[in-house]
Design a protein around this ligand. Structure first.
Ligand code: ATP
Ligand code: MG
Length: 251
C-alpha cells in the first residue's frame, strides 16, 4: 500500500495499517474531521480487549450473519470510517449475500458523498462485484432525526428489516430501532449508546468483524437466528473481559 512503511513483524502492524488507511481516506476527502477521534476511542477499547476477537464477539458475529442471511431485505450502512477501514471486505460480503450497501454519513456534504461513492464504485468494478451502491439520491427520511443525517434511500435503509451499522452514532441507532428494524451494531465500546441500543452488538474491531463475516458467508452455511439471543449478556461478557484484562495487567 502506498507510503506504508511498517514491517509485518511490528507488534502494532494491524493498528498502524488501520491508521494508514484512515490517513489515506482523510487525504481523499472521505472523512469528517472528527473521524480520527472516533477511531482513537475505538483503539483504546481494542487495546483493553487484547486486539483480538473475544468469544462473545465471535458469537455475536455469527448471530449477525444469521440475521443477514435470513432477512427479507437486509442492507449494510456505510460511513467514512467503515469504507476506509474495510470497504473492500464489506463490499465482498454484500456481493456474496446479494444485499445492497448504502452510504449514510453523519456530516453529509456533496464532496464527501461523491468521494465515498466513487471509492465504492472503484472497488466494485476492480473486483467485478455484484452490489447495488445506494445513498447518492436519498428519497426518504429516518423518523426522529433532524437535518441531512436523517436522509436515506427507500429501497435501502428505509425499507430494510435488518441493517448492519458499523460505527453508528447512538441516536441514529436508536431511531433505526424505533423503526422496528433488527439493528446489527459493530462497536468496540460496550458502554456506548449504540452498543446498548443494538439488537445484536459485536464488540470487536470493524476490520476483524468484516473478515469474520466474510469467511462465515463464504462457507455458504445458512444459519438460523437464535430465538433467545441476549444482547446485554454479550455486552456484559465484553465488560467482564476488559475488567479481567485490567486486573491482570495491574499485577
Ligand atoms: P454513541 O453515539 O453510541 O453513544 P460515541 O458518541 O461515544 O457513541 P461515536 O463518536 O458516535 O461514539 O462513534 C465512535 C464509536 O465507534 C466509538 O464508540 C468507538 O468505540 C467505535 N469505533 C471506532 N473505531 C472503531 C473500529 N475500528 N471498530 C469498531 N468500533 C470502532
Ligand atoms: Mg455518538
Amino acid at each position: 500500500m502506498s507510503g506504508f512503511a511498517a514491517d509485518k513483524s511490528h507488534p502494532r502492524y494491524q493498528s498502524l495499517l488501520m491508521r494508514h488507511r484512515l490517513e489515506l481516506a482523510a487525504k481523499a476527502g472521505m472523512l469528517a474531521d472528527s473521524a480520527l477521534i472516533a477511531h482513537g476511542r475505538g483503539e483504546a477499547y481494542d487495546y483493553l480487549l487484547g486486539e483480538k476477537t473475544i468469544p462473545s464477539a465471535h458469537d455475536a458475529t455469527m448471530e449477525a450473519l444469521a440475521q443477514l442471511q435470513n432477512a427479507n431485505s437486509a442492507v449494510i450502512s456505510l460511513n467514512g470510517n467503515a469504507i476506509a477501514l474495510a470497504g473492500m471486505e464489506l463490499m465482498q460480503l454484500a456481493s456474496l449475500l446479494q444485499i445492497p450497501v448504502e452510504v449514510n454519513i453523519f456530516y453529509r456534504t456533496p464532496e464527501r458523498m461523491s468521494a465515498l461513492l466513487n471509492h465504492l464504485s472503484k472497488i466494485k468494478s476492480d473486483n467485478e462485484l455484484d452490489v447495488e451502491i445506494l445513498g447518492g439520491n436519498p428519497n426518504a427520511k429516518i423518523p426522529g432525526l433532524e437535518g441531512p443525517r436523517a436522509n436515506c434511500c427507500k429501497s435501502g435503509i428505509y425499507d430494510s428489516d435488518v441493517i448492519l451499522v458499523p460505527l453508528e452514532d447512538g441516536d441514529r441507532c436508536e431511531a433505526l430501532v424505533a423503526m422496528g428494524k433488527t439493528v446489527l451494531v459493530i462497536d468496540l465500546n460496550p458502554l456506548s449508546r449504540s452498543a446498548k441500543m443494538g439488537s445484536v452488538t459485536i464488540v470487536d474491531e470493524l476490520s476483524r468483524v468484516a473478515n469474520n463475516l466474510l469467511v462465515g458467508a463464504m462457507q455458504k452455511i445458512t444459519r438460523k437466528p437464535s430465538s433467545n439471543y441476549d444482547n446485554s449478556q454479550h455486552l456484559q461478557a465484553a465488560i467482564d473481559y476488559i475488567t479481567s484484562t485490567l486486573s491482570s495487567k495491574g499485577k
